[in-house]
Write a protein that binds this ligand. Structure first.
Ligand SMILES: Nc1ncnc2c1ncn2[C@@H]1O[C@H](COP(=O)(O)OP(=O)(O)OP(=O)(O)O)[C@@H](O)[C@H]1O
Ligand SMILES: [Mg+2]
Ligand SMILES: [Zn+2]
Length: 385
């Protein structure tokens, strides 16, 4: 089952098929397209610029903390820094192609050590680091420890680590990465140069996806990429995973409909019909429409999410003349929404969004969210009478 647990996930089908047929080892797109040089990193300019300058000048602090949302480039940036510090090029470092850069990218460089603190979080693991640290780097200029999920270190391990973190031997650099900096002891945080990785703006995600689609030889509709960018909520890894779900083997083009299907979304038409039935006070038609959506394999929470998005679009269309980029829809889709929701008032749309959102949040804990959605549909259509 895929990350999104959709029944129609073609990405998963693809992965399964590859496993069964024992093809060449399967490597996910997000791993194949990890940036090898700073200029390939999308966004995070506030980090890239500082790191570039520090590498060029050779004035490097001994501990960094990279924190922020999942899939926004923390591990990637940590490896770029590790490479930059050991790169053999005289031009901009890392070059991505010298012997050291390649060895680090492949995980075969003895002086760059990646530790997953989620599974190596005890005092004994910290002691191992201390044992290695006392010797100078063997094949590179710097020994770099990348400690991922650093917030998972136990209290005792964190304490054991403090001294080393504060005064490591020369040419040793620690890079701590975490999605939850708040869980790190303040004593650790205050010893690091801290960078917060931001969620990536949709426009940048779309641009990055376009570049990758081109490299994969896929002709993708701009609107399809916008939709993936919306789905991914600021995480480029998520964006690449969705892209992958949308692409069965041999596929050379990508439409908005492909994306909708891959993410298990029903498309505007379904929500136009549902809304029309509700607004006409036709409770029976609305309930049957919902039942049909569920029977076709759409998940209840996904239906709520998409219905909210449909109403939000209808509302924004009333205020903004050209909302294309904001809504990840083509002009003709927007015209269609405008036409079909023209008679629903702004206050009615926003009230419905509020009710749906509330139900969406509450439904996280329910085993049968469909029943409450039915109740809400009854309530909304009764109100419309
Ligand atoms: N800013 C970015 N620029 C380009 N590619 C990115 C960026 N962020 C993420 N990616 C893509 O997503 C993949 C995963 O990124 P990375 O491992 O750096 O994320 P992370 O922030 O460490 O996530 P996590 O918190 O889950 O560990 C990379 O291989 C790359 O393909
Ligand atoms: Mg990471
Ligand atoms: Zn290099």
């Amino acid at each position: 089952m895929c990350r999104r647990q959709t029944r129609s996930c073609r990405g998963c089908a693809m992965e399964e098929k590859r496993m069964q047929t024992n093809d060449t080892p399967y490597i996910a797109i997000y791993r194949r397209f990890r940036p090898e040089i700073f200029d390939k990193v999308i966004g995070q300019a506030h980090v890239v610029n500082v790191l570039k300058a520090q590498i060029a000048s050779g004035s490097v602090p001994h501990a960094y903390l990279f924190s922020g949302t999942r899939g926004t480039g923390k591990t990637t940036m940590a490896r770029l820094l590790a490479k930059g510090l050991n790169c053999l090029s005289d031009a901009e470092r890392p070059c991505g192609v010298c012997e050291n850069c390649r060895a680090i990218a492949e995980g075969g460089f003895v002086d760059v050590i990646e530790i997953d603190a989620a599974s190596n979080n005890g005092v004994a693991d910290v002691r191992e680091i201390k044992d290695i640290v006392i010797y100078p780097p063997t094949s590179g200029k710097y020994r770099v420890f990348i400690i991922d999920e650093a917030h998972m270190l136990t209290q005792a391990a964190s304490n054991a680590f403090l001294k080393t973190l504060e005064e490591p031997p020369e040419n040793t650099v620690f890079i701590l990465a975490t999605t939850e900096p708040g869980k790190l002891p303040a004593t650790i945080r205050s010893r690091c140069l801290s960078f917060e990785f931001k969620r990536l703006p949709q426009a940048l995600i779309k641009e990055g996806l376009a570049g990758i689609a081109e490299r994969l030889g896929i002709e993708a509709e701009g609107i399809a990429l916008s939709l993936i960018a919306t789905e991914s909520d600021g995480s480029f890894r998520d964006a690449l995973s969705v892209l992958e779900q949308c692409l069965p083997p041999g596929r050379v083009n990508l439409t908005r409909e492909d994306v909708l299907e891959a993410v298990g979304s029903a498309g505007d038409d379904a929500f136009a019909e549902l809304s029309e039935a509700v607004e006409a006070g036709d409770t029976a038609a609305a309930l049957l429409k919902l039942a049909a959506l569920i029977a076709s394999g759409k998940e209840v929470r996904r239906i709520m999410e998409d219905w909210i998005d449909y109403y939000r679009s209808a509302l924004l269309i009333k205020y903004i003349e050209k909302p294309e980029t904001l809504l990840a829809r083509a002009p003709e889709n927007i015209d269609e929404i405008r036409k079909r929701t023209g008679n629903i008032s702004e206050s009615r749309l926003s009230a419905s969004i509020v009710k749906l959102s509330k139900l969406y949040n509450e439904s996280r804990w329910l085993s049968h969210p469909g029943i409450l959605l039915e109740m809400l549909i009854i309530e909304l259509s009764e109100e419309a009478r």
